[in-house]
Design a protein around this ligand. Structure first.
Ligand code: GLN
Length: 204
């Protein structure tokens, strides 16, 4: 399985390390070309303004939106979650705007700027959530499924082919959330392979 990691800024290596552990092939995505032959895409944590600006600069916004429309799974962690949101409270930074959520940056306040806490995740179970200047998801709509919450705010959600965590599983040795994402990618890959076969041989 070829899994792209948007490699414009942020903790790309940490995601790559987990993907390799799970037997997937990480592909660094820096241009439209890098997007052509991947089964899924991860948008890492980092600085969401920078990532959003660079996505535009490298003309990746349209191409990523197109891939999303075709069903390719996309997973955003922290800054990646912000870039995927439809709306950021009190900010006009550039976004991909794919997930029906309204998000607020750096919303845990100075005292607990960064922290770890045990989360309970649907279908996964207990998980050590590493939060670093994390946003909170303030509103969600259109069939967003909440997979985990902390202090009454969703911290992990799924909406069709989008997966979002406001924390960083890539900074732990726990591979279960990436495994969950790879399962989403596997389903997409199967459909895509089938479509390719049909295109090659319409009499199948
Ligand atoms: N605070 C960062 C932002 O708003 C996100 C931090 C992170 O990805 N750990 O972009």
């Amino acid at each position: 399985m070829r899994v792209g990691i948007l490699a414009l800024q942020g903790d790309v290596r940490e995601h790559a390390r987990i993907l390799v552990k799970l037997g997937a092939e990480p592909i660094k995505v820096k241009s439209q070309e890098d997007l052509t032959d991947i089964d899924a895409l991860i948008i890492p944590g980092g600085e969401s303004t920078t990532i959003g600006i660079l996505i535009k600069k490298y003309n990746l916004d349209k191409a990523i939106r197109e891939k999303h429309k075709r069903g390719m799974p996309i997973y955003g962690t922290c800054a990646g979650a912000i870039v995927l949101a439809k709306d950021i409270i009190k900010s006009k930074q550039p976004l991909l705007g794919l997930a029906d959520i309204s998000i607020k940056r750096n919303d845990y306040g100075r005292q607990i700027d960064s922290f770890e806490t045990e989360l309970s995740i649907k279908d996964i179970g207990r998980f050590n959530g590493v939060f670093i200047r994390a946003p909170t998801i303030k509103r969600f709509y259109n069939g967003v499924e909440i997979l985990s919450e902390f202090r009454n705010n969703p911290v992990m959600i799924k909406q069709h082919n989008l997966l979002i965590t406001t924390f960083h599983p890539e900074l732990t040795d726990d591979t279960r959330i990436h495994e969950y994402f790879l399962n989403m990618a596997q389903e997409y890959k199967q459909v895509r392979d089938m479509q390719r076969d049909i295109e090659k041989n319409p009499y199948l």
